[in-house]
Design a protein around this ligand. Structure first.
Ligand code: NAI
Length: 492
């Protein structure tokens, strides 16, 4: 089996060499050929804003698996984060991170005897990470938060399948559906829908702010948490803090065709080239990769050797008992290799299976065409009006006068004006301060049946308003099988 390998920047080459040494000593390289690919700083410096060469893209697509070291994102120039680009173009829709207390890595929880061992599955493509942003007026900027049903389905199904594979019997969905009833509400609904196919796994849901407190106060109550992208990003760094920091946080970006394995930390430019970096997070990411491709036996052997070394007090300078000497990357790695075949004594060792010596991973065929993934089909939609967004410094009352006039000779009536999501017309509070960007909602006049026309009448209204106002954007209001496809304003 071939795996594309990018050494990374900064400490990347040092920690990658360490991991490959351990892999070679454990017999992994008998079954896997690592094909080097060019990504990162050197590629950005050639003026390539994607940070990866065409050959690197081709090789990764052929292999289906990329094992990568950390890579720097150029600040302020056109260069985009390789990590974000890679996840998106290859649709690595789920980010899996494992947070577990390691022997020899002291935290407030290890001192208190509280076990920490849980996974976070973070949606990796959607949410505000689409980076769809616009300046709408002098004073207002928008970032669109996109959550789709098939995108949510992919990540939830992956979470349940992974839980089943790992013997995890409890998953929580974290969300903010009490406020974002439609986006987070959809994410939560699809979680509940996916759960029906995994009856042996218990489920629960938790609002994101409560989740943060629970994780700090009682982390042992969680085995797996599935989260939307931005919330997952923040909560997974919080979780890294519970187990001793980013140096111990591995991650996998899993897609249907291509998966990427990497440490959570960055290139650590402050210690690069000094031979003192800690390779643990990258090694743990490598173990996630070995398990993913079916090499469960060497993964367990290396896991036990690493734990035995940590338990013996072997450490790099970034962690552990400061009264004992720290080792450089090479000696730290040798201490792990010397313990291959040993097991940790103070924690439960990973069971070493009889089989799982060689990879069983079968790469799905390259898709013949770009797929459109869908969850809901055959839904009946009916137009009920439109929301028009205006760049305007007028007061709500003055704006309402203008908009009411615009409705003459149209099938619409002005039903509400909101500012920053709060209703300011027909009722509102004198204390609600407004900014120069309004949402104006038009709904069908009494007696006009929903669905009696398509969106063309809304566009005609938009056209009329645009003669006098700057229209920033427009959203069609529709029902889906009779259910409103839009939220109400705060205070409505
Ligand atoms: P960083 O994670 O590189 O460093 C933060 C601190 O942790 C530093 O003090 C560093 O010395 C220490 N550290 C990190 N990994 C370590 C290790 N393995 N052993 C010992 N100490 C370690 O974060 P920073 O400084 O914010 O980012 C540096 C660069 O890395 C930036 O260009 C950033 O864009 C990039 N980055 C890349 C990532 C990736 O490729 N997955 C992820 C995060 C950042």
């Amino acid at each position: 089996m071939k795996i594309a390998l990018a050494h990374g920047d900064g400490i990347g080459p040092e920690i990658m060499a360490a991991v490959l040494d351990v892999f070679a000593a454990a017999g992994v390289t008998k079954h896997i050929e690592f094909i080097p690919v060019e990504m990162g700083q050197s590629v950005f410096e050639q003026g390539n804003t994607r940070g990866m060469t065409d050959a690197a893209i081709r090789t990764t697509e052929e292999c289906g698996i990329l094992f990568k070291g950390p890579m720097g994102t150029p600040k302020g120039s056109g260069g985009k984060s390789i990590n974000v680009t890679a996840r998106k173009i290859w649709n690595a829709f789920a980010n899996l991170r494992h947070f577990m207390a390691l022997p020899g890595v002291e935290t407030v929880y290890t001192r208190a005897g509280i076990p920490v061992n849980f996974y976070i599955v973070r949606e990796n493509i959607e949410d505000t990470y689409g980076g769809v942003e616009h300046r709408l007026s002098n004073d207002m900027i928008q970032c669109k938060r996109l959550i789709s049903a098939p995108g949510s389905d992919q990540v939830h199904r992956f979470a349940f399948q992974t839980a089943r594979r790992l013997g995890i019997n409890n998953i929580f969905c974290g969300h903010k559906a009490n406020i974002m009833k439609m986006t987070d509400g959809l994410f939560l609904d699809r979680f509940r829908a996916a759960a029906k196919d995994f009856p042996e796994i218990q489920t629960g849901d938790v609002i994101i702010d409560a989740l943060c407190m629970n994780l700090v106060v009682k982390p042992q109550q969680y085995q797996m948490i599935v989260l939307p992208n931005l919330q997952g990003d923040i909560v997974s760094d919080l979780a890294a803090g519970l187990v001793g920091g980013l140096g111990f946080a591995p991650s996998a970006n899993i897609g249907k065709h291509i998966s990427i394995f990497e440490a959570v930390h960055g290139t650590a430019p402050d210690i690069a080239g000094r031979g003192i970096a800690n390779p643990t997070a990258l090694l743990l990411s490598g173990l996630m990769m070995l398990r993913h491709i079916g090499m469960t036996r060497p993964a367990a052997v290396i896991h036990n050797a690493l734990f035995a070394a940590l338990e013996a007090g072997v450490r790099t300078g970034d962690f552990g008992d400061k009264s004992t000497p720290a080792l450089g990357t090479k000696d730290f790695t040798k201490a792990i290799m010397d313990r291959l075949g040993e097991s940790p004594r103070t924690v439960t060792p990973a069971p070493v299976p009889e089989d799982g010596e060689a990879p069983t991973f079968q790469r799905p065929e390259r898709p013949a065409h770009q797929e459109v993934i869908r969850t809901f089909t055959n839904i009946v939609t009916q137009v009920t009006g439109c929301d028009i967004y205006l760049d305007s410094p007028l007061s709500p009352i003055a704006l309402a006068d203008e908009m009411t006039r615009a409705c003459v000779d149209t099938p619409f009536k002005l039903s509400l004006i909101s500012n920053r999501g709060t209703q300011v017309w027909p009722t509102g509070s004198i204390y609600t301060e407004c900014v120069d960007y309004y949402r104006v909602r038009f709904e069908l006049k009494d007696g006009v049946a929903p669905g009696s026309f398509g969106q063309s009448r809304c566009i005609a209204l938009l056209d009329k308003i645009a003669e006098k106002f700057t229209v920033c954007s427009y959203e069609l209001l529709r029902t889906f099988d009779g259910v409103k496809g839009y939220s109400l304003a705060q205070g409505q």
